[in-house]
Design a protein around this ligand. Structure first.
Ligand SMILES: C[S@@+](CC[C@H](N)C(=O)[O-])C[C@H]1O[C@@H](n2cnc3c(N)ncnc32)[C@H](O)[C@@H]1O
Ligand SMILES: [Zn+2]
Length: 292
């Protein structure tokens, strides 16, 4: 018997495991331990379990991130990335930093596709960039690390970043959680951060198909505004033809991960992209604790 199978039997027999996040009982499902809240911990070949990196293992596993990578490779976020490159470029000119090496952090970079594409776009505009991506998901960083570029990638928690103060000119935070205190620490005072938040119509076709209500980003936007100075906001919308990669789209979309996917691709031809792009930062006033 394989070591992993042996240990799994032992885990079942001992019946002692609780989910460290929600304190619910863990049960064995294939090669993972799961609680009723779907927190998931994979059992390694050696039969050990990593509970510390629970978040990364939970949903953003290799198959899902590979699907995300393929979808992004089809240009799914083209309009968003083009808009972001424009905003970043204009801000760099405004700050008269176009001669410097621009240090970019992608906080919650997933498989690294966006950072790679944005870096390319900014280089094409004549900027010099150095790129760093962090994600809690080991698999995300594994995929990012396979990319042929000179970015650095780390498995790390964006709320406890392994970087010195004022290390970055630009922070990207795309469809990922944020830690505004930690971003403030690592962003230079003149730096800019760019957050992409889904809008009400983001993937609305998928939401309808699965009976989900419209997305409301109100709380996220007001949280952002109460912790940072928002310099600029803009909405980006596009219709994407997705027949060719509809199955991957379903696989990569977090809101569907607990849904049963029946004959997925057949019903999907076009989906709407609708996101809110906010440019924010931390000018001196805020650093000195003066509230706005
Ligand atoms: C919806 S995905 C977006 C990934 C990528 N930015 C994209 O748009 O494809 C959210 C990402 O946030 C990461 N994440 C969640 N919490 C995190 C944390 N505390 N620190 C670092 N990454 C985190 C997840 O692992 C996941 O890769
Ligand atoms: Zn749990």
């Amino acid at each position: 018997m394989k070591k992993m199978d042996q240990k799994i039997i032992q885990m079942k027999e001992m019946d002692l495991l609780l989910c460290p996040k929600c304190r619910e009982e863990l049960h064995v499902e294939e090669k993972s331990l799961k609680c009723k809240n779907r927190h998931t911990y994979d059992v390694s070949k050696k039969g050990t379990v990593n509970f510390v990196l629970g978040y990364g293992e939970e949903y953003y596993n290799l198959a899902m991130l590979e699907a995300r990578e393929r979808v992004m490779g089809e240009g799914f976020f083209e309009e968003i990335l083009t808009a972001m490159a424009e905003e970043i470029y204009e801000d760099i000119l405004l700050l008269e930093k176009e001669g410097d090496v621009i240090r970019i952090l992608d906080a919650g970079c997933g498989d690294g596709s966006h950072l790679a594409m944005l870096g390319e776009a900014l280089k094409e505009k004549g900027l010099q960039v150095s790129m760093v991506g962090v994600d809690l998901s080991k698999d995300g960083i594994l995929l990012a690390g396979r990319k042929m570029n000179d970015a650095l990638y780390f498995v790390a928690d964006l709320s406890a970043l392994p970087f010195k103060d004022n290390s970055f000119d630009v922070i990207l935070n795309i469809l990922s959680p944020a830690s505004y205190k930690e971003f403030q620490r690592v962003l230079s005072p003149s730096g800019r951060a760019y957050k992409v938040i889904p809008g009400a119509k983001y993937l609305t076709e998928l939401r309808k198909l699965y009976g989900l209500s419209e997305y409301d980003n109100g709380e996220i936007v007001s949280h952002l505004k109460s912790h940072t100075v928002v310099y600029k906001e803009r909405d980006i919308r596009a219709q994407k033809k997705v027949e060719r990669y509809a199955d991957d789209l379903l696989l990569m979309t977090p809101m569907l991960w607990d849904k049963t996917i029946l004959e997925p691709g057949a019903k999907l031809s076009k989906v709407t992209i609708d996101v809110h792009l906010a440019t924010f930062g931390y000018p001196k006033k805020i650093e000195e604790g003066v509230s706005l």
